[in-house]
Design a protein around this ligand. Structure first.
Ligand code: ADP
Ligand code: MG
Length: 243
């Protein structure tokens, strides 16, 4: 078990966003999280990397309950985790290469030559080796996502969290991102949690799929088993709804 949430609740003021979340993710597994907009998916991901703290409950990453850690301790745990944010979150004033190098410069004692080598390798992995000196605003949405992924894998993390990595992309680019996610599983043995609205993507990349409905996990099944779920809310989402 690499990630384990126990009785997690999260409220913003009086509003309960997540209710009694219990969830375990095994080493090497890819879990997709589906659910309507506003159901609490992004908040759940943020809890897993300590960008939000639970109002109650435990958030275990390997052998630490990160809900109890201070910022400095959290930073150490985060070195083992990458996150691909929904809006890529690149620094617009830095080149692609500097964006990928940023964390390594901040949080490692590697030399510039070593960092340069890693950046080149990771950009190559995501198919952007010729774009090292571009600025983010010169790239398409899909390319930005791939830079974001290159940055996430720079530390060779054990865990990567993705918030809607294929949303807003055309099907071909979405497919490329899915293939890269698969590559990180198969070649880098990364454990992943992927929030997505895209069921084709979920079936392709995930071992299991969890559905959140109004802050609760209402289904958690093997990826293809969820197709035959008897829960009406699940059926409505997976058949009706790209949201
Ligand atoms: P999803 O990613 O499934 O669309 P979110 O986790 O972003 O959902 O948000 C779930 C609910 O929590 C929404 O109603 C949202 O407005 C609310 N929410 C999220 N973050 C905050 C915050 N920092 N402060 C107040 N409310 C928030
Ligand atoms: Mg979200």
């Amino acid at each position: 078990m690499l990630i384990k949430l126990i009785d997690v609740n999260k409220s913003f003021k009086d509003y309960k966003v997540l209710k009694n979340i219990n969830l375990s993710i095994n080493k090497g597994e890819t879990l997709a999280i589906i659910g309507a907009s506003g159901s609490g998916k992004s908040t759940l991901l943020k809890l897993m990397i300590g960008l939000e703290r639970p109002s109650s409950g435990q958030v275990w990453i390997k052998n630490e309950d990160i809900a109890k850690l201070n910022e400095e301790e959290l930073d150490k745990v985060r070195l083992n985790m990458g996150m691909v944010f929904q809006y890529s979150a690149l620094f617009d004033s830095m080149t692609v290469a500097d964006n990928v190098a940023f964390g390594l410069r901040e949080h490692s004692s590697l030399t510039e030559a070593e960092i340069g080598h890693i950046v080149e390798e990771k950009l190559n992995t995501v198919g952007l080796k010729d774009f090292a000196n571009y600025m983010p605003n010169e790239l398409s949405g899909g390319m930005k996502k791939r830079v974001s992924l290159a940055r996430a894998i720079a530390f060779e993390p054990e865990i990567i969290l993705y918030d809607e990595p294929t949303s807003g992309l055309d099907p071909v680019m979405a497919g490329k991102i899915d293939k890269l996610i698969k590559y990180t599983q198969e070649k880098m043995h990364v454990t992943s949690v992927v929030v997505t609205h895209d069921m084709d993507s979920a079936y392709y990349i995930a071992d299991r799929i969890a559905m959140i409905y109004e802050g609760e996990i209402i289904a958690l099944e093997d990826a293809h088993a969820i197709k035959t779920s008897s829960d009406k809310r699940v059926q409505e989402f997976i058949n009706g709804g790209r949201i």
